[in-house]
Design a protein around this ligand. Structure first.
Ligand SMILES: *Cc1c(COP(=O)(O)O)cnc(C)c1O
Length: 225
């Protein structure tokens, strides 16, 4: 078995009986690494750059499900709209509208997760709870017939303080459960909670994650990205 296959098998073992999807984050890694993972049965792959994902997808089997996990610019949505499986990093209504427009052109419905800002680090990306309520209560969302909001995505603070990480994941799980109860819209189908990376996915799974995004633990450390 290759290292990549062994790493996947180890992570799948840790997921165990839980119903969670493993998304292999292959950013900066060569096609041959993705092929090794594919041969080991992996089908969900994630990238954080539009051009890199599009180039890779053109050279790889068509049954791969491609996940966009990085910040997405509105003018680049058109490149991934024909094939993307799930966009994890939706952080504004303007971006949702752009995705809806390109999805309409491609005659498909694109699955999206709303990125929620849960970490301590200040970042301009992601909704906070209030902004999320505002979006879900407004009328704009229900007019976007070519998008489906499938859930939420969050990234915990990058720290060795596991208690802190756990509190952040639990807060996101609570928000997820709350909005699931509170809002019903035709294009809202909240079933996925994307949280957990190489350093914290076991905590995330314990806190109710349904989708983990793991890169370096599968493919090895990255030099950049
Ligand atoms: C790079 C990346 C990951 C994977 O990170 P690792 O620590 O290598 O597992 C997960 N999510 C996002 C949004 C990323 O950009």
């Amino acid at each position: 078995m290759s290292n990549i296959a062994e790493n996947l098998s180890h992570i799948n073992h840790l997921i165990g009986e839980r119903k969670a999807t493993l998304v292999a984050i292959s950013k900066t890694k060569p096609i041959s690494d993705i092929e090794a993972a594919y041969r080991a049965g992996q089908r969900h792959f994630g990238e954080n750059k539009v051009q890199e994902m599009t180039e890779k997808s053109e050279h790889l089997p068509k049954d791969i499900k491609w996940h966009m996990v990085g910040h997405l610019q509105r003018n680049k949505v058109k490149y991934i709209a024909p094939y993307v499986h799930l966009i994890h990093s939706v952080d504004s209504l303007r971006l949702l509208k752009a995705i809806n427009k390109e999805a309409t052109k491609n005659n498909r419905v694109i699955n999206c997760l709303l990125q929620v800002h849960i970490a301590e680090e200040s970042t301009k990306f992601g909704f906070d709870a209030e902004e999320l309520y505002e979006l879900l209560s407004g009328t704009d969302l229900s007019n976007l017939e070519h998008i489906k909001i499938s859930g939420l995505m969050g990234m915990a603070t990058n720290t060795s303080d596991t208690e802190k990480v756990k509190q952040e994941f639990l807060a996101l799980k609570q928000l997820f459960d709350e909005i699931r109860e509170r809002y019903t819209l035709p294009n809202l189908d909240l079933s996925e909670l994307s949280m957990g990376m190489s350093g914290d996915f076991e905590i995330a799974l314990d806190c109710g994650s349904s989708m983990i995004r793991v890169g370096s633990l599968i493919f090895g450390a990255r030099n950049y990205g």
